[in-house]
Every structure is written in C-alpha cells, then in structure tokens.
Write a protein that binds this ligand. Sequence first.
Ligand code: NAP
Length: 322
Amino acid sequence: MTKKAFITGLTGQDGSYLAELLLAKGYQVFGLVRRSSTSNLERVSHLFNQIQIVSGDLLDQSSLMDVVTETQPDEIYNLASQSYVPLSWTQPALTAEYTALGVSRLLESIRRCKPDAKFYQASSSEVFGQPDESPQTERTAFRPRNPYGVAKAYAHWMTINYRQKYNLYACCGITYTHESPRRGTEFVFRKITQAAAKIKLGLANELKLGNLDARRDWCYAKDAVYAMWLMLQQEQPDDFIIASGETHSVRELVECAFNYIGLNWQDYVSVDPAFYRPDEAVQLVGCIDKIKTKLALQPQYSFKELVELMVDYDLKLLSGNK
Ligand code: NAP
C-alpha cells in the first residue's frame, strides 16, 4: 500500500528536499503551507503536480487536527519553525510559539487523531548552546544560549515525553548546520558561496564577514533529510545526532570557495565586527557514532563537494542559467 507522509515546513530548505526523497520512494506527500499574501512555494514549484498542499499553521491547533485527521499519514515530519537564531532575540515570544508550542500542538493532534503515525521532530544543535563536552553526543547536557535553542529544547523534551507517556513513535533528530543551494542567503555558508559567484561574474567586489575563525559542523541538506527518513524506518523510535562529525572554519570555507573559482580570497574579503555573533556557540560538533552504528549511515557529501556544488549553483543562477 502507498505510504502517506505529512511534512510541515514544506516550503523550507529541508521540506523541499524531503518531499523529493519521499516522492522518489513512492510516498503520497502532503505538505503544510501557511497562508501568505505572496507565494512562498518557490522551492517546491517543480513538485506541484506530485505533492498535495494542505493549509494550516503551527499556531493553530484546529488546523493541525483537521490536517492529521483528513490525511491520516503514516509518517509526520515536523520541519517547520522560526529557524533563524538572530531573529529569536528580537522575536523571542513568536519563536517560542512556532518552535516550542507549535510542537505541543502537533503532538496533541497526533495523539488524538493518528496515534500510530511515526513522528520526526527537527531538533537542533543549538540545544547544546555552550556545551561542556565536544563532540556532543545524544547524552550531552542541553545548555541553550538563545531563545531559538531554548524553544528547540522544549520541543525536544515534549517529543520524548509524548513517546514515554503515550507510547507514540516519536523521535528527535538533532541536526547540526546543513546547507544547500536552497539555503537562505542570510546564513553564512550561502552568503559566502553567493558572494564568491557574484565576484567571479563581476557583480560585486567585496565580501564582509564576521569571525573567520568561527567553526561549524556543516553537512549537506540531502544527507540530513535521508537520515530523517531512515530514523522513521526503524522498529523502535530513538533520537540521533545528524551531523558531519567534523568542523571547518569560516576561513576554510572562504578559501575553498574562492580557490574553486580561481581567485585569491584575501583580495576581496574583509572582517567587519558588526557581523560577529555576540553569542557565538563554540566547538559545536556532533558525534556521529550512534547514527553510524545503529543506522549504518554516514554523510555522502564532503565539505569540499558541498562548497563546490553551491558555488556552481550560484554561478548558474546569477548568470541566468537556472
Ligand atoms: P527553513 O528553510 O527556515 O524553513 C522553515 C519552514 O517552517 C518554512 O517552510 C516555513 O514556512 C515554516 N514555518 C515557519 N513558521 C510556521 C508556522 N507558524 N506554521 C507553519 N509553517 C511554518 O528551515 P530549514 O533550514 O528547512 O530547517 C528545517 C528544520 O530544521 C527547522 O525546524 C530548523 O529549525 C531545523 N534545523 C535546521 C538546521 C539547518 O542548518 N538548516 C539546523 C538545525 C535545525 P514559510 O515558507 O511560510 O515561512
């Protein structure tokens, strides 16, 4: 029988890749989209004739209950959230509404309307904040340092509590930063690949960045969504860190992008303290032993491959070939 999957956050980076993956696996895919006055379906426009868009909002309990009742999904992936850390400082209450309480509303909808559905919650490495060990494991203490991380920590523990109290098949994937050509340009990885492409094409001549020594655990969004799907294919629900298991500095990223297009990054890049993140989370790197051992999974794309495929995409996009 055809499996049915319901994705929240369909219009986001991960939602669009997950929809592609599930369609390729033969699923019927329903994607939650909240109303907006202009279309935000750009990332999934190529899938229109294959997915079913359903209207709803994580802020609205009844819309979630209606969708879960009507679609009766086998698998539910909650990827929707206010996902931008700096905004969580200027809109902390709204971040909590979407990213924390939205998950409570969704878990209640599942418990009441489709308790045998398998549920994936998008947790984040931001729950670790300033961790007391590195790399972090699934057992590392949560010490979130921004409202986004606090909201994700709440959502994480609510998911585990619903699993324990109501016996739901509910799991959390603690993802570290993952990137792709569909990533917003407010995030540093895409900001760099797009700026390198612009400079190469003569559309810009400088790039201002914050701390070049900041290190991140970056992986490709396609690897991340595959891990999400695999987590829901197991006999028992469990929580996993989804990461590359290695860190690279912003400097390495810049070097890699500019080397790829044959330019010397030092001729174009300057450091502007205005871009420093005051709450820079250091040494966030995921231990991927559990996911490697229990799910036999490891990243398919290297850091260098990811940088190069994103620069290639931005070069094509900016020269009108996309
Ligand atoms: P994204 O591109 O920012 O997408 C967020 C999605 O959430 C969008 O589809 C957005 O819809 C939707 N959304 C926001 N508020 C909503 C609401 N009230 N009701 C319904 N939908 C709502 O995020 P992403 O990069 O794909 O990340 C997916 C998930 O993983 C998020 O939960 C994020 O916090 C988490 N995560 C991501 C990363 C990463 O590196 N990408 C790392 C760790 C964790 P609109 O189009 O209408 O705005």
